[in-house]
Design a protein around this ligand. Structure first.
Ligand code: NDP
Length: 256
């Protein structure tokens, strides 16, 4: 087997949560370019459908866009059912959907607390459980969680205590599920990005420039396409001996 063929996803089916924009869209495109059929799911079902249609045109893969709320277990089950209907099974789940609010701890509202934890931790857990119910009978599968360098450091100058805690939880949930499901052939890994230009991260805001960019070893942010290869690595057989790993891709931000 050639080394590049281990990255090939031909004949595999994947779900990318939050896959119609930002990092999720780059992940969906990367998986489709590698050969996978892809389901894109987010609360905005119309945007998901449009992105899925565009992706099918670009790559020739079978795709589907669906309305998905990862905080609703029934919606997670329906997303897995859609993938099974599209491809006959589910091989890859990318838990990308996430929420973040910037506020000092004393100003965080009860609603913000719930939204961040329910989306970033509960959503990863419920989507992973729904996926595992389809993957266990097949005896194989790869789950890739999108954590963050915020799971290891405390970002400045913006304050986001619950987001940081939620991403630390994603990293540890990754290890916990990796241990629990290894016997079923399911690998569970995480990618922890640094700052990436998306709607979530205002990387061009001058007030953030010193801490976010100037203090970083590579002195720049990433584009979503620079994180996608790490997701493909974990999604594919290229990482066949990796499970419970958290791969930081941050331009060196967390080394200083
Ligand atoms: P965006 O805000 O651009 O995209 C988030 C996506 O998640 C949207 O498609 C959104 O769609 C979807 N989403 C949010 N809540 C839900 C929900 N309850 N159910 C289903 N989908 C949902 O974010 P990014 O692309 O920047 O971030 C993607 C991931 O990467 C997140 O997990 C984030 O924490 C992580 N990350 C981002 C970094 C960055 O610098 N950008 C750095 C490190 C990690 P909709 O609202 O329609 O549901």
């Amino acid at each position: 087997m050639s080394i590049l063929s281990t990255f090939d996803l031909t004949g595999r089916t994947a779900i990318v949560t939050g896959g119609y924009r930002g990092l999720g869209l780059a992940f969906a495109r990367g998986l489709a370019e590698a050969g996978a059929d892809v389901v894109i799911g987010a609360r905005d079902g119309a945007a998901s459908q449009e992105a899925a249609r565009d992706l099918a045109e670009e790559t020739g893969r079978r795709t589907r866009g669906i309305a998905l709320d990862v905080t609703d277990p029934a919606s997670c089950e329906a997303a897995v059912a859609a993938a099974v209907e599209l491809g006959g099974g589910l091989d890859v789940l990318v838990n990308n959907a996430g929420a973040c609010f910037h506020a000092p701890a004393l100003d965080v509202t009860a609603q913000e607390l719930r939204t961040v934890l329910d989306t970033n931790v509960g959503g990863v857990f419920e989507m992973s459980r729904a996926a595992a119910r389809a993957m266990i009978p097949a005896g194989r599968g790869s789950i890739v969680n999108i954590g963050s360098m915020s799971g290891d450091i405390v970002n400045r100058p913006q304050l986001q205590p619950i987001y940081n805690a939620s991403k630390a939880a994603v990293h540890h949930l990754t290890k916990s599920l990796a241990m629990e499901w290894a016997e079923h052939g399911i690998r569970v890994n995480a990618v922890a990005p640094g700052y990436v230009k998306t709607e979530m991260a205002p990387v061009d805001d001058p007030s953030l420039r010193q801490r976010w960019i100037d203090d970083a070893p590579m002195k720049r942010y990433a584009m979503p396409e620079e994180i996608a290869p790490a997701v493909l690595f974990f999604a594919s057989d290229a990482s066949s001996f990796a499970t419970g790993s958290v791969l930081t891709v941050d331009g060196g931000y967390t080394v200083v």
